[in-house]
Design a protein around this ligand. Structure first.
Ligand code: TMP
Length: 231
């Protein structure tokens, strides 16, 4: 499935309350400006997980609101991801588009693996099944024997101490199942993100989210520009 037309895939991660949203919107705008001003035809697609397709958005409602054990939760986030890859991410990358996703698989390793303490080997197996590029071949021909799995080209991790994230979230809205978790849960989630970063350091840009919005934006922009993704 790799081709010279291959697009760009960036994911955004962090504990609830880490302040990703405004920066994702701003980065989408920056990419749109870049491609709007150039002769290269590229769409910029903003999406999210769990979600991004009608089926995955239905699964999102269950994942965020219904009680279930960690394996069931993991099946559902990967099922949603599979549909998202098939219908949105892979077709977009094959066209050469830019995909900016609010969360991807690192969130599963952080929340289900770190937060819930679920078995990381099982999550790796589900990751292999869901993201193996040859199985994402649109026609399922099995002819593409590339063993690699789909991962973002860059993952921007907004890192914020859980106590501060909790203060930012307090009273903001009715919390969902995850937002209602205690600070200790988010400490484990953050440790889960750190482990994923340690396993793939070149894919990650860890941003200190405990600074002014302008300073965070400056760091986000620097991470993207230093990799040559924005001029
Ligand atoms: P959001 O509030 O940033 O849209 O994220 C939705 C929630 O779902 C957030 O609390 C993290 C959680 N989540 C998981 O537990 N596992 C996953 O794989 C993903 C993508 C999100």
């Amino acid at each position: 499935m790799t081709s010279v037309k291959e697009g760009l895939f960036i994911s955004f991660e962090g504990i609830d309350g880490a302040g990703k949203s405004t920066h994702i919107d701003a980065l989408v705008a920056a990419f749109k400006t870049q491609y709007g001003d150039s002769k290269v035809a590229k769409n910029v697609i903003q999406t999210r997980e769990p979600g991004g397709t009608p089926l995955a958005e239905k699964l999102r409602q269950l994942i965020l609101n219904d009680a279930m054990d960690a394996l069931t939760e993991s099946f559902l986030v990967f099922a949603a991801r599979r549909d998202h890859l098939n219908l949105v991410i892979e077709p977009a990358l094959a066209r050469g588009d830019v995909v900016l996703s609010d969360r991807f698989t690192d969130a599963t390793f952080a929340y289900q693996g770190g937060g819930r303490g679920f078995d990381l080997k099982t999550l790796s197996t589900l990751e292999q099944w869901t993201q193996q590029i040859r199985w994402l071949d649109a026609n399922f021909t099995g002819k593409n024997d590339e063993e690699t799995i789909r991962q973002p080209d860059l993952t921007i991790w907004f890192d914020l101490p859980p106590e501060i994230a909790a203060q930012r979230l307090a009273g903001a809205r009715v919390p969902d199942k995850f937002e209602a978790q205690p600070v200790e849960f988010f400490r484990q989630v953050a440790a889960g993100y750190q482990k994923r970063m340690d396993d793939s350091p070149s894919r990650f840009a860890k941003i200190n989210s405990n600074q002014s919005r302008e300073a965070v934006w400056r760091d986000v922009l620097a991470a993207v520009k230093s990799r040559g993704f924005l001029a």
